[in-house]
Design a protein around this ligand. Structure first.
Ligand SMILES: Cc1cc2nc3c(=O)[nH]c(=O)nc-3n(C[C@H](O)[C@H](O)[C@H](O)COP(=O)(O)OP(=O)(O)OC[C@H]3O[C@@H](n4cnc5c(N)ncnc54)[C@H](O)[C@@H]3O)c2cc1C
Length: 348
């Protein structure tokens, strides 16, 4: 008999896991308190780039890149992207190994494109980047789940119990569900009272993420520009007829339900200071954008692990602002935690 898995969270990570497990014969129920994809996923810039600062994240990036290459064009707003990478000459030796061999990093004579020449800055062409409208892709995943996947929106989990032989999941409408396993993919909501007894020890924190929109229409051929040392990038959103500028906001321990969508003067100041180094003409154009948050781990590696005394709940998250990029690999790791267990039970 096939095993039941309840996937809690209908964001890019929960849905990628649900699809992965359903393809392998598990009976899946997805529980999403809101509409699927309306958490961190709908706000994502949706940039995949072939880089990882640790061996593990590089290997996860490589897996995800191959997964997405097979699905390129699954929705209209998913397309390969040329990319230029900028870093100081002094940092080249340290940073170049972060890029996958698939990036085929090629040194350029100058920054090219939008980026102003900066003394000591080196510029590189990179292969393997792509952009996706993650909100649209998440909706596509939700709609195209294999037959038999039960999808329940507006279904808030209020209790999650790891028991001998399975899990119990309490819902806000007073009903209770039982399954062999639960996959907990709550994005930045991991610390909610309903999950805290299981997630308190994970060491995750929530950090705000801020990206600005620049009302200049990009060309089809424009490249994404990645400023590695600032962990910032410019992304051409051709379909939206604007650019997006993402920089690293260091506001920690925010609460997802309290993170307003609004940008502050401090965000604009911090972003324009960085952008003025590279594209000074645009530094004064940061008047709109998107603000949300994500779950971050101390070592910046995603967290995929069993929770509780019986290990029937598997946590999948801590995406560190790279949940779109790493979702396929997170799903694969999650499956390997469930599948051997499943195989053992089938044999027993
Ligand atoms: C501005 C911004 C830009 C970004 N840019 C990029 C980028 O360029 N590339 C990239 O790879 N990543 C990017 N990210 C990060 C990426 O968006 C996230 O890592 C990813 O969306 C996390 O997916 P998730 O499924 O874990 O979380 P979510 O999408 O938040 O999904 C979690 C879901 O769980 C649900 N949930 C929570 N509690 C409950 C409950 N009690 N019961 C039922 N359901 C519940 C929520 O409603 C939510 O839908 C960006 C993020 C932001 C905010």
């Amino acid at each position: 008999m096939s095993q039941n898995v309840i996937v809690i969270g209908g964001g890019i990570i929960g849905l990628t896991i649900a699809q992965r497990l359903a393809e392998n014969g598990f009976r899946i129920t997805v529980l999403e308190r809101d509409l699927a994809g309306l958490g961190a996923s709908v706000r994502s810039a949706g940039l995949h780039f072939p880089v990882g600062r640790s061996t593990r994240v590089r290997s996860m990036t490589r897996f995800s890149q191959a997964h997405y290459e097979h699905r390129m064009g699954a929705i209209d707003r998913m397309r390969p992207l040329p990319m230029r990478v900028h870093m100081s000459e002094a940092a080249v030796e340290r940073i170049l190994p972060w890029f996958l061999p698939e990036a085929e990093m090629t040194r350029l004579p100058g920054p090219g494109g939008l980026v102003a020449p900066v003394s000591g800055l080196t510029s590189w062409a990179a292969q393997g980047a792509h952009h996706t409208d993650v909100g649209a892709y998440t909706a596509h995943l939700f709609q195209s789940m294999p037959p038999g996947v039960e999808r329940r929106e507006g279904c808030r989990v209020t209790e999650l119990r790891d028991m001998a032989g399975g899990v119990e999941v309490g819902l806000a409408d007073g009903t209770e569900l039982h399954a062999d396993h639960a996959v907990l993919a709550p994005g930045p909501w991991f610390g909610g009272a309903e999950f805290r007894p299981l997630t308190a020890g994970l060491g995750l924190r929530v950090k705000r993420i801020v990206a600005f929109h620049i009302d200049v229409a990009p060309e089809e051929t424009d490249a994404a520009e990645y400023f590695v040392e600032d962990d910032a990038f410019l992304l051409p959103l051709v379909w939206a007829r604007r650019w997006l500028f993402s920089y690293t906001c260091e506001e920690w321990d925010v609460t997802p339900d309290a993170v307003g969508p609004g940008l502050s003067a401090a965000h604009r100041k911090a972003a324009s200071e960085i952008l003025s180094c590279y594209v000074p003409d645009w530094a004064g154009s940061l008047s709109a954008g998107r603000v949300f948050c994500d779950a971050y781990s101390a070592d910046r590696k995603p967290v995929i692990q069993r929770l509780g005394a019986h290990g029937n709940v598997i946590f999948a998250g801590g995406a560190n602002g790279a949940g779109y990029r790493l979702a396929p690999s997170i799903a694969e790791h999650t499956a390997t935690l469930i599948e051997p267990h499943f195989a053992e039970e089938r044999v027993a």
